[in-house]
Design a binder for this molecule. Structure first.
Ligand code: PLP
Length: 352
């Protein structure tokens, strides 16, 4: 840190993403909830043929991409915005709907980026504790003034909040914005997307990063009624009007045409999630019920950090968080069955 850095930034603790191994480091990678499948090859081929020439700026209106997303989700185009990953849309929403007297309200255990980005922009964060079983009790949000961000399924727990509960949250206060971050929703039973027609205070974000195998491309989307999308677009155009590069845009459009393959891949992950959940339970682990492409596990036999570290020594990367409420737990990405089997074998050796 230099002595020139403004005071307000010197106390910032940046978001810590899961480690990405360097070239030559050969890990089974179960630490960042990526898809184990490569981008769909047919889509890549078509995207390469159709992509806008790189000497030209990409389209700042994102017309074709928004059109493709809108039609794929059966929504009007005016209800769609696109971000450089859904992370960027979370930032835009934070800038739109919080300030010095409108705090951000989130569960105490959730996606770490929310509070990091809030502190970067000096927003107060009110954390509402999850229940002892890590579920959300929406009545805890009654009367709380601010803008709510909830990941559903939640991360890193994987627990899903039913649609009726989210409606309850929306109805508590129509003057309060509720953003539902559905990064993992394709691995769950249903999305709250159909609710946007009915609720002027609802924003839903989703991403191409998890179920669509495009984490490295950085494309996420926000859905809401037109008046909210106009707000988000206002900030997008003011901060980063070329936020989606031409190739990402082109490939995202083509991947949307491959719903069949995408669905099959999601089914494989769900099946493997069931497999690895049962295997962990056989080994005496606690496993939270997951609706995502990861599971949250802990064992009486081994501390969370030790389990993470020993798996790493054995060539398997998982994620451990130091937050004291969850430090005995680890988050494990659900991947290909071969890798799940290796994980089970290594785990058996470690806890023996
Ligand atoms: C992965 C993730 C995101 C961000 O995804 P992008 O790659 O930025 O689209 C957002 N929210 C949660 C809860 C996530 O786990």
């Amino acid at each position: 840190m230099s002595s020139y850095l403004v005071k307000s930034l010197s106390s910032l603790s940046p978001y810590i993403p899961g480690e990405q191994p360097k070239e030559g480091e050969d890990y089974i990678k179960l630490n960042t909830n990526e898809s184990p499948f490569p981008p769909i090859q047919e889509a890549v081929k078509r995207a390469e043929e159709k992509v806008r020439p790189f000497n030209l700026y990409c389209d700042p209106t994102l017309f074709d991409l928004k059109k493709a997303i809108a039609s794929s989700f059966s929504l009007p185009q005016e209800c769609v915005s696109v971000g450089n990953g859904s992370d960027e849309l979370l930032l835009f929403a934070l800038l739109c709907y919080t300030n010095y007297n409108i705090p951000l309200i989130t569960p105490d255990i959730t996606y770490g980026y929310y509070s990091v980005v809030a502190s970067l922009y000096d927003r107060e964060v009110i954390q509402i504790p999850l229940k002892d079983d890590f579920s959300i009790d929406v009545s805890d949000y009654e009367g709380k003034k601010g803008t709510i961000f909830i990941a559903n399924p939640n991360a890193p727990t994987g627990i899903f909040l039913e649609r009726e509960k989210i409606e309850e949250l929306l109805n508590q206060d129509k003057d309060r914005i509720v953003l539902i971050d559905e990064a993992y929703v394709d691995f769950a039973s249903n999305s709250v997307l159909p609710l946007i027609n009915m609720y002027p205070n609802l924003i839903v974000t989703q991403t191409f990063s998890k179920s669509r195998s495009l984490a490295g491309l950085r494309v996420g989307m926000a859905f809401a009624q037109k008046h909210l999308i106009e707000d988000i677009e206002r900030v997008r155009s003011s901060s980063n009007p070329y936020n989606i590069n031409s190739f990402s845009s082109s490939l995202a459009i083509e991947v949307l045409k491959e719903e069949e393959t995408t669905k099959k891949r999601i089914e494989v992950i769900k099946k493997n999630r069931e497999y690895i959940t049962q295997e962990y339970k056989k080994l005496g682990f606690d496993v939270l019920p997951s609706s995502a492409n990861f599971i949250f596990v802990k064992s009486e036999k081994i501390d969370g950090y030790d389990y993470y570290r020993k798996l790493k020594e054995n060539g398997v990367l998982i994620r451990h968080f130091t937050n004291s409420r969850i430090s005995s737990w680890c988050r494990v990405t659900v991947s290909k069955i071969e890798d799940m089997k290796i994980l089970v074998e290594k785990t058996k050796e470690i806890i023996k």
